[in-house]
Write a protein that binds this ligand. Structure first.
Ligand SMILES: Nc1ncnc2c1ncn2[C@@H]1O[C@H](COP(=O)(O)OP(=O)(O)OP(=O)(O)O)[C@@H](O)[C@H]1O
Ligand SMILES: [Mg+2]
Length: 303
C-alpha cells in the first residue's frame, strides 16, 4: 500500500504521520479480521492527501460525489492503510437510533445492550462508514451528534456513557441529489470535513484498468477513452449519467474476459443501464466509433 501511495505521489510527510499513528494505536488480535483487504486501490493523489490529513487531524470525513467515484473503495483503503477494523452501516429511511447504537436485549434473565456498529467502532477504535448517509432521516442520526463532535461520547439511556477510543473515525458517504435522498441536516454536516469526490482522471483510469483487468495496453487506452467520451456526452447533457458508469465498464470487461462479445458486454454493463432507447443508441454509437465491428476478443487480453 505504501508503495502504491508513493507512486501516486502522496506527500511523504503525511505518510510518516500515518506510520506514527500505526505505531501508536494497537489493535486487538480478535478484531484483525475486520481490517478490510481492498479489492481495488483507490486512485487519486489529491483525495488521498485530503482524507489522510482529515483522519490524522482527528476528524471524521464525509465523501460526497456521483455514483462510482470510489467512495466505498476509498473508505476500505483508508481502514486498510490505518489498520483499523471497519464497520459499515447502510443507511435508509428506516434506519433508527437502535440500529446504529444498539438496543436492549435479554441475556441470562438480564437486560443488556446489544451493541450496534456505531458503538462497536467507538469501543474498539474502529472506522465506521455511514454509507449513503443522506438516505436516513436526520432524527435517526441525531443520536450520533455527540459522538461526532469534540465530546466524542455515546450516551445510551440506561447504560454507561462510552468515551470513544481515540482511533475511532466515522466516514460518511453520499450522492447529493440522488433519488430518495434528502438534504443533510446542517448540524450533522458541520461535524464532518467534506471531501468532494471527482471522477477519476484519464491517467489513473488507464492504470486502474491495467491493474484490475487483463486488457493489453492498447485496449486499456480504448476503454478509458470510451468512458471519457461517455462522460463528456453526459456533461453536455446529450445523455444522462446512467450509462456513464465505471463500475459497469469494469463489469463489462470481465464479461468479455469470460467470452461474451464486446457489444453484448457493453450493452449489459453500460448502454442498457439507461432505459431510453435514443440514449442507448447514442451510447452504442460511441462504442462503434471506437471499436471495429469484428473485434476479436482474443486480441483484447494480454497473452
Ligand atoms: N478513483 C478511483 N479509484 C479506484 N477505483 C475507482 C475510482 N473511481 C471509481 N472507481 C471504481 O468504481 C467502482 C465503484 O466504486 P465504489 O463502489 O467505491 O463507488 P461509490 O462512489 O461508492 O458509488 P455509489 O455512489 O454508486 O455507491 C469500483 O469498481 C471502483 O474500482
Ligand atoms: Mg457507494
Amino acid at each position: 500500500m505504501k508503495n502504491f501511495l508513493l507512486e501516486q505521489g502522496v506527500d511523504t510527510k503525511l505518510l510518516k504521520e500515518v506510520d506514527k499513528f500505526l505505531n501508536f494505536y494497537e489493535i486487538d488480535e480478535s478484531l484483525k479480521y475486520r481490517i478490510p483487504k481492498p479489492k481495488y486501490h483507490y486512485y487519486g493523489k489529491e483525495i488521498w492527501e485530503r482524507s489522510i490529513a482529515g483522519i490524522l487531524s482527528g476528524n471524521h470525513i464525509l465523501l460526497e460525489g456521483p455514483k462510482a467515484t470510489g467512495k466505498n473503495v476509498l473508505s476500505e483503503n483508508l481502514a486498510y492503510l490505518f489498520k483499523r477494523p471497519l464497520w459499515t452501516i447502510s443507511l435508509n429511511i428506516n434506519s433508527d437510533p437502535s440500529s446504529l447504537i444498539g438496543s436492549d436485549t435479554f441475556k441470562n434473565g438480564e437486560v443488556t445492550l446489544k451493541r450496534g456498529p456505531v458503538y462497536d467502532a467507538g469501543l474498539y477504535g474502529g472506522f465506521a462508514v455511514f454509507d449513503e448517509i443522506n438516505m436516513a432521516k436526520s432524527e435517526a442520526l441525531s443520536v450520533v451528534h455527540s459522538a461526532l463532535d469534540y465530546r466524542r461520547i455515546i450516551d445510551v439511556p440506561g447504560y454507561d456513557r462510552l468515551k470513544l477510543h481515540e482511533a475511532t473515525r466515522y466516514i460518511a458517504t453520499m450522492n447529493y441529489g440522488y433519488v430518495g435522498t434528502r438534504d443533510l441536516n446542517e448540524a450533522l454536516v458541520s461535524r464532518f470535513l467534506v471531501i468532494n469526490m471527482p471522477i477519476i482522471e484519464r491517467e489513473d483510469l488507464i492504470k486502474l484498468l491495467e491493474e484490475n483487468t487483463h486488457l493489453n495496453k492498447d485496449y486499456s487506452l480504448l476503454f478509458a477513452q470510451l468512458f471519457l467520451d461517455l462522460q463528456k456526452k453526459s456533461l453536455n447533457s446529450e445523455i444522462s449519467s446512467k450509462a456513464c458508469d465505471l463500475r459497469g465498464l469494469i463489469d463489462a470487461i470481465n464479461l468479455m474476459e469470460i467470452g461474451l462479445p464486446l457489444r453484448a458486454s457493453l450493452e449489459m454493463g453500460l448502454a442498457d443501464k439507461t432505459f431510453d432507447i435514443y440514449e442507448k443508441e447514442i451510447v452504442m454509437d460511441v462504442v462503434t466509433t471506437l471499436f471495429s465491428s469484428n473485434v476479436n476478443l482474443g486480441d483484447l487480453f494480454a497473452k
